[in-house]
Design a protein around this ligand. Structure first.
Ligand code: SAM
Ligand code: SF4
Length: 365
């Protein structure tokens, strides 16, 4: 089918797909397997990425500051019930030293991620955010789980710029199965995302693709939800089974007809990334570590060539990395921060892209 074209402001016409991406079209694309049609999707996503966010790939230095977690998510190796995992929480000086390394390496942002760890005290973290802002001037992204609104207010006032909280799946029944509430607190990640936006954070969310019991139709709804939420960042990665979890050992299962189950393979993830780029042209989309884990050869590059524009080199000190085991065989676990930086820069340049400078926040033009 011929792509439609449209021109604007004297630019060459933009290659788009043959019909608007409503829910039905999204679903059809998720089920598409014809290589020629998929090549058309990759090309449209890549061009939309180039036009709206450019050729720069922004680097966000990731600091996995604690693997303690109060939650019992059925998919994640950091869940409280995983007694086999040795727990750690980084010190203030360790975190600051990672932030200074980010500055030395030319990264524009640090992302502080952890389990939902109430040992991370509100004021302690606010002090760290203030020090990072004062000593490095870097953009600060937090991804610390479903913390109360009061904490989000304090951290925003301390200078945090962005917050990441994936809704994981918009299928309410599946979400309730795989993401149990804490006693007396109903988990509502959509409400938290709205709060983050109201507080002036750049808000990021995302999903895992191929969760057992996740349908094609629900992922089409997820992509629609990205559009409705007007997200600044959207992280999309494959679900990777962890044997020490109830989803991994299949003790928690939602039975669905096999033909409804969306796969967790790399091609399906590329489809979701590409479609997301088309419906959210200005959002920042990482080519995720989970994608690089299921295709260690060139998963990261293919993500960048099919809609993504961000990568997150790991700054976590080597002694902690293996303990942040969300899923097994995570890419880059035995590398140092220096190795990650060199490797990612090489991969970005090899595909004709450039490493971005500055904070690389959401564009709104
Ligand atoms: N605790 C915070 C939270 O849940 O938002 C941040 C850290 S959590 C480890 C970050 C993300 O890891 C989750 O949002 C989830 O999408 C992803 N994740 C967890 N388990 C996974 C698995 N088995 N496969 C792929 N991604 C996974
Ligand atoms: Fe904890 Fe996040 Fe893992 Fe859930 S996904 S168990 S909240 S670290």
């Amino acid at each position: 089918m011929d792509p439609l074209t449209r021109g604007a402001h004297g630019q060459p016409p933009e290659r788009t797909l043959d019909r608007p991406l409503d829910r039905t079209a999204l679903l059809a694309w998720l089920r598409e397997d014809d290589p020629e049609r998929l090549a058309e999707l990759w090309e449209a996503a890549d061009e939309t990425r180039r036009r709206h966010v450019g050729d720069e790939v922004h680097l966000r230095g990731l600091i996995e500051l604690s693997n303690y977690c109060v939650r019992a998510c059925g998919y994640c190796g950091l869940r409280a019930g995983n007694r086999a995992l040795e727990r750690y929480r980084m010190s203030e000086e360790e975190i600051l030293s990672c932030a200074h390394r980010a500055l030395d390496y030319g990264y524009g942002t640090v992302v502080m991620q952890s389990g939902e760890d109430y040992g991370i005290k509100t004021e302690w973290l606010a002090g760290i955010v203030r020090r990072i802002k004062a000593e490095t001037g870097l953009a600060v992204t937090l991804s610390l789980g479903e913390r109360p609104d009061e904490d989000l207010v304090v951290w925003r006032e301390a200078g945090a710029d962005r917050y990441l909280l994936r809704f994981e799946t918009s299928d309410e029944e599946l979400y309730r199965l795989i993401h149990p509430d804490l006693p007396g607190r109903r988990s509502d990640r959509f409400a938290i995302l709205r709060t983050l936006q109201r507080l002036g954070y750049e808000a990021g969310s995302g999903i895992m693709v191929g969760i057992p019991g996740q349908t094609y139709a629900s992922v089409a709804a997820d992509i629609d939800a990205f559009r409705d939420l007007d997200l600044d960042m959207i992280g999309i990665g494959p679900y990777i089974s962890h044997p020490a979890t109830p989803l991994g050992d299949r003790s928690w299962v939602r039975e669905i007809p096999p033909e409804e189950q969306i796969p967790s393979d790399e091609q399906t993830v590329y489809k979701v990334v590409a479609l997301t780029r088309l419906v959210c042209p200005q959002a920042n989309l990482p080519s995720t570590t989970a994608l690089a884990t299921i295709n260690q050869v060139d998963g990261r590059e293919l993500g960048l060539q099919r809609g993504a524009n961000i990568v997150m080199p790991n700054l976590t000190p080597p002694e902690y990395r293996a303990k942040y085991e969300i899923y097994p065989d995570k890419a880059c676990v035995s590398e140092t921060a220096e190795m990650c930086r060199g490797c990612l820069q090489g991969r970005i340049e090899a595909i004709g892209r450039e490493v971005g400078t500055g904070p690389g926040g959401r564009r709104r033009d």
